[in-house]
Write a protein of this length. Structure first.
Length: 318
C-alpha cells in the first residue's frame, strides 16, 4: 500500500512519520527503512535514538540514497573499483571523443576542444541523474521528426556508450550508483517484505523517482511525506508545483499497478511566529492573508545582485 502524508510546512509530517514507525515497532514489525535526504541522516538517527534507545538500528534502518547503494553493495558486491571525479570524467570523455572521431559528423570538429569535452561531460552527468541511458536516446531519436536533432541524439548516444565502455571493469562513476542499485534491487528483490518511510525530501531526480516506483511496487507498505496540501486542487504557479507533480506521478503509478493509496492531510501549523506563518500561507496558496501586525522576524531587502543577497542572508539568518 502507498500512503501519503500531506501538509504545509510545520504541520508535523515528520512527527506523524515517527509516530507511525513507533506503532509499527510496537506491533512487532521489522525490516523498516526510513529514507531521508543525505543532510538529514544524522538528526534522523538522533531522533530514532531518542525514540527507541541504543538498539534502534535493529528496528529501523535510517538510509539516504547514498547509504542505500552502500547497503546493497555490501550485500551483493559490485562496489569495488576506482571511483572517478569530475577531472577523471573529463579525461575519459576526451578519450571517448578521440576514439569516435572517425564515426562522428556533427561533432567531429569539436572532439579536441576542451570546452566541448566539458560540455559533453556535463550532458552525460545530467542524463545519468535523470536515469536516461544511451539506449533511451536511440529510441527517442527514432521518434524525432527533426533530422538534425535526430542526428545529434544519435551521436550523443555513441559518445555516451563509448564513455561508459571506458569505465567498465575498473572504474566506477558515482553517478551510476543509483542505476546499479536499481538493477541489484530488482535482481535480488531488495524491498520485498519491507516497510519503507520516505520523509523530508523537497524533490527527486529521475533515477530517484525510478527507485521510488520500484519501492512502491515491491515493498509491503510505503509512506511518503510531501510539503503540500494534497494533489486534488493544486494552486497554479505555486512554489510547491514540483512537489505536487511528484506526488501525482507516484499516485498515478500506484493506480496503474492496482496498488491501494491512502492519504492523510495535516492542516494545523505549529509556527512560533505569526508573520512567518502568514508568509508561508501566501507563498504556498497565492492568497493574500491581509496580515497587518508587526513582523519582527521578516526582513525585506534588495542588494546589487543575487550573490550579495545570498551572502547577506547567510550572515544574518537565525
Amino acid at each position: 500500500m502507498l500512503n501519503f502524508i500531506f501538509g504545509p510546512a510545520a504541520t508535523g509530517k515528520t512527527t506523524a512519520t515517527y509516530k507511525k514507525i513507533e506503532d509499527d515497532v510496537k506491533a512487532g514489525k521489522n525490516n523498516i527503512i526510513l529514507l531521508v535526504p543525505e543532510q538529514n541522516t544524522f538528526e534522523t538517527e538522533r531522533a530514532m535514538l531518542d525514540l527507541f534507545g541504543g538498539g534502534f538500528m535493529s528496528m529501523v534502518e535510517v538510509l539516504s540514497f547514498t547509504r542505500l547503494c552502500e547497503a546493497a553493495g555490501q550485500l551483493y558486491g559490485g562496489i569495488a573499483g576506482f571511483r572517478v571525479d569530475d577531472s577523471k570524467r573529463a579525461v575519459f570523455m576526451g578519450r571517448a571523443l578521440k576514439s569516435l572521431s572517425p564515426h562522428l559528423n556533427i561533432f567531429k570538429k569539436y572532439v579536441s576542444s576542451p570546452s566541448f569535452i566539458m560540455q559533453m561531460t556535463n550532458v552525460i552527468k545530467e542524463l545519468k541523474l535523470a536515469g536516461i541511458g544511451s539506449e533511451a536516446l536511440i529510441s527517442v531519436k527514432d521518434k524525432v521528426d527533426n533530422l538534425a536533432l535526430a542526428d545529434k541524439l544519435f551521436e550523443i548516444s555513441l559518445i555516451y556508450s563509448a564513455y561508459n565502455d571506458l569505465l567498465k571493469g575498473i572504474y566506477i562513476d558515482p553517478l551510476d550508483d543509483l542505476e546499479i542499485f536499481y538493477q541489484k534491487a530488482i535482481d535480488n528483490d531488495f524491498f520485498k517484505d519491507k516497510t519503507v518511510y520516505i520523509d523530508a525530501f523537497k524533490g527527486f531526480t529521475g533515477i530517484q523517482l525510478k527507485i521510488l516506483k520500484l519501492i512502491i511496487n515491491s515493498a509491503k507498505d510505503v509512506t511518503v511525506t510531501f510539503c503540500c496540501e494534497g494533489i486534488e486542487n493544486p494552486v497554479d504557479g505555486s512554489i510547491f508545483d514540483n512537489v505536487v507533480n511528484t506526488a501525482k506521478t507516484l499516485k498515478d503509478y500506484a493506480d496503474e499497478h492496482n496498488i491501494r493509496v491512502g492519504e492523510t492531510l495535516l492542516k494545523t501549523p505549529y509556527f512560533s511566529s505569526k508573520e512567518i506563518f502568514a508568509l508561508e500561507r501566501m507563498l504556498s496558496t497565492g492568497i493574500d492573508c491581509n496580515y497587518s501586525d508587526s513582523a519582527p522576524n521578516i526582513t525585506v531587502g534588495a542588494l546589487d545582485n543575487p550573490v550579495r543577497e545570498m551572502e547577506y542572508v547567510f550572515k544574518t539568518i537565525h
